[in-house]
Design a protein around this ligand. Sequence first.
Ligand code: TPP
Ligand code: SF4
Length: 276
Amino acid sequence: MSAFNAIGEEREVDRDEFTPEIEPQATWCPGCGDFGVLKALKQAMPEVGRNPEETLLVTGIGCSGKLSSYFRSYGFRGNHFMHTARENHDMTYIVFDNEIFGLTKGQTSPTSPKGHKSKTQPHGSAKQPIRPLSLALTSGASYVARTAAVNPNQAKEILTEAMEHDGFAHVDFLTQCPTWNKDAKQYVPYIDIQDSDDYDFDIHDRGEAAEMMQTAEDALYEGEVLTGRFYQDEDRPSYQQEKQATGDMPEEPLAERYFDDDYEWERSYDLLERHK
Ligand SMILES: Cc1ncc(C[n+]2csc(CCOP(=O)(O)OP(=O)(O)O)c2C)c(N)n1
Ligand code: SF4
């Protein structure tokens, strides 16, 4: 079966299909939270019914970026967070939130708490950390959640939900780094805000969700890990749906045209003609 033949084909997907044929020995440290992301992702893919040929994994540079070597799918390295969220592209964005630069041996990173001591900040970081949940919401994400590698069941559920969401889904995935960041709170028992009587808010209300995110982000550095769904807008069309509605984007994937012998190819100047 060629890769493109698989587009749109309905069949059972098995999690083992996402393991590369020659499985590399993962170079993550024993106990690294990144194993939890890989496992949850492999478990979630059959739930959303996508096979490796239909999947694109875009990764960053660190230990977390090695995910693309251990997961069988198309791969790419890149980053355009704000605009992808704002335009509501139909994709799932996972932050491997270990509050540290792991691969380069434990320097202070943008999610390290204020006061965090490391080789680059021996007197403690004077910087406020970024707030991944709030950043995603203000950038325009239409689904925002947080889970943790220590919660494998919730992690699988949230990744499945995020991938099934039509639009930009942001997951703040708390990953422990036992090698360089033993002080992070990523290991402590979590509270699922949807199950807790202490937290009652409407995940469809931007204002209430924003307030809940602030609470959760402040609490993390004080040792209380609040996880779960924070925001979801099911009514907002994804970028693809918007473009299809205006006739600007075809319904079927462009790649399928290569397999259609009867397809009449337009030349680029024919397409430009329309806009004169
Ligand atoms: C633009 C750029 N800046 C700096 C580096 C050097 N660098 C490589 S890996 C890394 C740390 C990555 O940490 P993070 O992305 O948090 O992932 P982790 O290793 O913790 O999973 C850095 C700073 C780089 N490769 N590219
Ligand atoms: S250095 Fe930290 S983030 Fe990197 S593999 Fe080891 S435990 Fe994981």
